[in-house]
Design a protein around this ligand. Structure first.
Ligand code: ZN
Length: 412
């Protein structure tokens, strides 16, 4: 395992590490974090959570979305994320009609990323149907929807605006939301370098419906019917057979694992050990943003595996016995592939004076960072040569928080 690019280095300012790519985000959900934790019924699940999320999603406009996303992105930077893949489906006005500028909500996210100074991989989402049977979108899903032609117009108008801090890729919401022929049509129309992200096999109900209607499990279907390769990021991929696990690894795709959200929603546990054995690429996403911390994502990724296997120190690869080092190596190795950014210069500096790092060495600093304490150790963050976090504070923390508080007042 090459650790030269991912190892944390001692410098005069502190411990210097690579910035972390956040591979999966729905920014608007930051505003409802912590507000869906009351039992409405003993059968509460992802599907009942989704009802709450839909009610919330109906309230946003471009201004509130920008304010909420800027707060989220500033929090991400303070936590050590330097780029984010925004899986964006809140496209139209609440009644489903496009805004005068059909890209108004997308542009709000681009503006928010610039407000905060984070690199953004914007992934406008194609969302067409309410289920594998091809049923129309429900009332509350209407603001998410496009036909293929309108979607490609949106994609092209955004793609034309790419620059050093903005990449535009394509997201298919899920196989239940995009019919098979539309999947093929959209992929064929995309530029060759466009990243493709898709939610897949997050829920058992989704696996069962796909089997019943398409005659194959979601990942099985995707691998058989599209050319999945290194441009692809499969989000969640929670419920896999051993063949599917090996198939994703062999394809070169990245899996975006979102451990805190998957735990919060009761999704299930990704088969990490088998996937590492197959040589698979993976990264992390904060998804619903009930937590905005790469430390917590990585810690719980490993802890989930320990809880079910009754063993310790699961996520290691040949070349390192350190779990922290392996986790950081893998997220660094997949970042550029999934985001489209080659941003080697982006970095973070951990506080060398923090008691938890007292006496740390090159060999144990990664494990100490990921596996001890709850204080954020990120002191400084540099993106594209600019210091956006100084002494643990985002440079515009107060102004962004004020706009966020006003937006929350409007939303609630
Ligand atoms: Zn998601």
């Amino acid at each position: 395992m090459s650790t030269s690019t991912s190892r944390i280095q001692r410098t005069p300012e502190g411990w210097r590490a690579r910035g972390i790519a956040n591979l999966h985000s729905h920014a608007f959900q930051r505003a409802m974090a912590g507000m869906a934790e009351r039992q409405t019924n003993p059968e509460d699940s992802f599907w009942t959570w989704r009802e709450t999320m839909y009610r919330f999603a109906a309230r946003f406009d471009p201004d509130t979305l920008r304010a909420v996303a800027a707060q989220l992105y500033a929090e991400m930077l303070e936590a050590g994320y330097t780029s984010v893949c925004e899986f964006h489906y809140l496209h139209h006005a609440p009644d489903g009609r496009p805004y005068a500028d059909p890209a108004a909500m997308s542009r709000a996210l681009v503006a928010a990323a610039r407000d905060a100074g984070i690199r953004l991989t914007l992934l406008p989402v194609l969302y067409m149907t309410g289920g594998f049977d091809g049923r129309a979108l429900g009332e509350r899903q209407k603001r998410f929807g496009h036909d293929v032609d309108a979607y490609l117009r949106l994609f092209e108008s955004l793609h034309a605006g790419q620059d050093d801090s903005l990449r535009v890729g394509c997201a298919l919401h899920s196989l239940r939301a995009v019919p098979a022929d539309a999947v093929r049509e959209v992929i064929a129309a995309l530029p060759g370098d466009a990243r493709l992200h898709v939610h897949i096999a997050e829920q058992l109900g989704e696996v069962q419906d796909c089997l019943a209607i398409r005659g194959a499990r979601p990942v099985e279907w995707l691998l058989a019917n599209t050319d999945v390769d290194a441009r692809w990021t499969l989000v969640h991929a929670t419920h896999l057979t051993p063949e599917e696990t090996r198939g994703i690894a062999a394809s070169g795709a990245t899996v975006a694992i979102c451990p805190t959200t998957e735990a919060n929603l009761g999704d299930g546990l990704f088969p990490l050990r088998a996937y590492l054995d197959a040589g698979g690429a993976w990264g992390i996403g904060s998804d619903s943003h009930i937590s905005v911390s790469p430390v917590e994502e990585l810690r719980w990724l490993e802890y989930g595996q320990r809880l079910v296997t009754h063993h310790r120190n699961i996520a290691v690869r040949a070349g390192s016995t350190s779990v922290g080092e392996t986790l950081l190596h893998d997220v660094a190795a997949s970042g550029a592939r999934s985001t489209g950014f080659d941003a080697d210069g982006d970095h973070i500096v951990l506080d060398a004076a923090a008691p938890i790092l007292a006496g740390a060495t090159d060999d144990d600093v990664a494990d100490r960072w990921i596996f001890s304490g709850n204080r954020n150790l990120v002191r400084e963050v540099v993106v594209g040569g600019e210091r956006v976090v100084i002494d643990g504070h985002h440079r515009d923390r107060d102004a962004i928080a004020l706009r966020y508080a006003r937006a929350i007042d409007a939303l609630l």
